[in-house]
Ligand binder design. Sequence first.
Ligand code: AMP
Ligand code: MG
Length: 426
Amino acid sequence: MDLLQFAPMSTPILSVAEAQQRIVGQVRPLPPKTMPLTSQALGLVLAEDVASDLDMPPFDKAMMDGYAVRSADVPDAGAELAVIEEVTAGRVPRLTVGPGQATRIMTGAPIPSGADAVVMIERTQAVDGRRVRLEGGVKPGQNVLVRGKEMTRGAVVLRAGARLRPQELGLLALVGRTRARVQPAPSVAILPTGDEIVEPGEKPGPGQIRNSNGPMLAAQTTRAGGVPKLLGIARDTEESLRGLIGEGLGEDVLVLSGGVSAGKLDLVPSVLADLGVRVDFHKVAMKPGKPMLFGVKDHGGRRPATLVFGLPGNPVSGLVCFELFVRPAIRGLMALPPGPVVVQATLTEDHAYRTDRPTYHPARLESTDAGWRVQAVPWFGSADLRGVTPANAFVLLPAGDHQHRAGDVLPVLMVEDMAACGLAFA
Ligand code: AMP
Ligand code: MG
């Protein structure tokens, strides 16, 4: 008899940090792909060096509206010059600026030959249509950006590893790229499980509850940079779980919700094992979210392994476990720093709390002149999704019977883009 087969769930209970290390330690960036550089590429990591195909600017360029002149023609006392031509952006000058001459020029237009400076329009006065009076003090090169100053043809302008923000996408367009090799966004299958779960459009009957986790986890996936794929709802039967989990193992990541605790119909761990998923851990010392499971399904080298996350069914457990464990994995697959971001914040109100495990309590985090400030919000536990909506973060309360006092400093898990608060969401 194979004793191992009858061994109880044997993986040890890990701390959040240990669990995160084990996940991140197994995540490798996905193979790069060539993709169109539309806004779909926003946030992805470039997987090749990109060189410019032209000098930038491609010609000596006026940086101001005004007059292109020979600087030697304009002494400190100023001068009056003959206007020989007008050049707007997109046009090229035809005439050479000779002694005593000037060309009316607009920002972005090429500097005519002969000229070596631009006098801004505010420092000039048209005498009549053909002559202009200029204030003095013009230096050679003034208001002129010389050809190739920003970049030269063949020079690398972005290196592999650069994150594609709007300015990088603009730069790639500037150097003529419409496609590039990037680290693709992982596909993330989302599979809520439970006999009691009904779709949001339905009215729950006795004992039933609507599927809040599907839409929530899909939105968290998008926010983390992944591409969600909703698989529907699996029932608490081996047959239903098998079919849908099998489908989910076709994606880069599979996120299950429910069915991972020790209840009678919590069949997810055994079905995962049957389908060849190697369970790495099952249980983390935290609240909410203790029965959290992580496993890996290898595909024999044919394609990257599928990372499998079994999140507890209670919505707030799912929400927190996703941010702590799934998001770092998605980011690792995209070759981004995994996060999550934790800041130290000062509690603004007393908060008595008793808990047997480190607890992520919904909280309101704020950036002030005196640093981060945090306040726990009223909350009725892991099923209470409503209580989480006034929150924008989770304050980490240590295990034990604690009287947390206003002024105490506690770690806070950020789950939102806090750019508006002065800190980029790494
Ligand atoms: P479980 O982890 O399957 O034992 O589920 C724990 C609790 O979460 C139960 O009260 C479930 O009804 C609830 N739950 C499970 N899945 C969902 C879901 N997709 N949406 C909302 N609640 C859920
Ligand atoms: Mg269940």
